[in-house]
Design a protein around this ligand. Structure first.
Ligand SMILES: N[C@@H](CCC(=O)N[C@@H](CS)C(=O)NCC(=O)O)C(=O)O
Length: 242
């Protein structure tokens, strides 16, 4: 019986990538909640495995040579799990290149850009007295997110999945489309992407991964609650810790 992988996680689009992958791959895992709104990502024991103070991270007690290994950065985790299981990572080199192209596209593009879109559209309004300061950032990142949706929509024309076979690239992208409304996106503008989003979302493993820790989510960083205010103070305005 394999030992469970420790999943350091909070239910957000970056966290869902890994909970979905673990579910899809049928790997046993143990949830280690990292409440990022309460600052748990700064605990020394978490920083020891994830020096960027971001979740997700994993610790696999049965890593290479049977020795434990920790992995941070969702893309590196997906690649590690794909290699470990030999699943969802392309059948040959040509397909692996496609998986990696779109995995990096998500990690370097869709995730950060949609993340900034959420920031300017949802969180910044509760932090600024002068709402005019929000407009430039909101427009810039909403446009970029819209452009990226267009790129993915184009890619999915005539394809069921991003790299033809269902892969870690789909797992990486799907969670970032979940909040499309909050990104100012009209999904009907992107019919191939919309069909893919529904196709991936219908998978039972995706539903299980998406539900993991759903009860931990707060009312949202934009609310007026004391918890939300504290979370905003923890998450926004971070500078180097010297
Ligand atoms: N590039 C990282 C991004 C992960 C990330 O941004 N995680 C956020 C939550 S979605 C986090 O842990 N934030 C904690 C913080 O900002 O201190 C990855 O793909 O794993």
């Amino acid at each position: 019986m394999p030992q469970p992988i420790k999943l350091h996680y909070w239910p957000t689009p970056n966290g869902w990538k890994v909970s979905i992958a673990l579910e899809e791959m049928g790997l046993p895992y143990e949830l280690k909640a990292v409440n990022i709104g309460a600052g748990e990502q700064f605990r020394p024991e978490f920083l020891a495995i994830s020096p960027n103070n971001r979740m997700p991270a994993i610790v696999d007690p049965e890593g290479p040579d049977g020795q434990p290994i920790s992995v941070f950065e969702s893309g590196a985790i997906l690649q590690y799990l794909g290699r470990k299981t030999g699943r969802f990572y392309g059948r040959d080199e040509r397909q692996r290149v496609a998986v990696e192209e779109w995995l990096f596209w998500q990690v370097g593009g869709l995730g950060p850009m949609a993340g900034q879109t959420h920031h300017f559209r949802q969180y910044a309004p509760s932090m600024l007295a002068d709402q005019r300061q929000i407009a430039y950032g909101a427009i810039r990142y909403t446009n970029e997110t819209h452009r990226l949706y267009g790129v993915l929509n184009e890619r999915l024309q005539g394809r069921d999945f991003i790299a033809d076979d269902y892969s870690i690239a789909d797992m990486a992208c799907w969670g970032w489309v979940v909040p499309w409304r909050n990104q100012g996106i009209d999904l009907d503008e992107f019919p191939h992407l919309k069909a893919w989003f529904e196709r991936v979302g219908a998978r039972e493993a995706v539903q299980r991964g998406f539900k993991l820790g759903a009860e931990l989510r707060s009312q949202g960083l934009h609310s007026n609650s004391a918890d939300a205010e504290k979370a905003r103070a923890v998450l926004f305005g971070q500078r180097a810790r010297t």
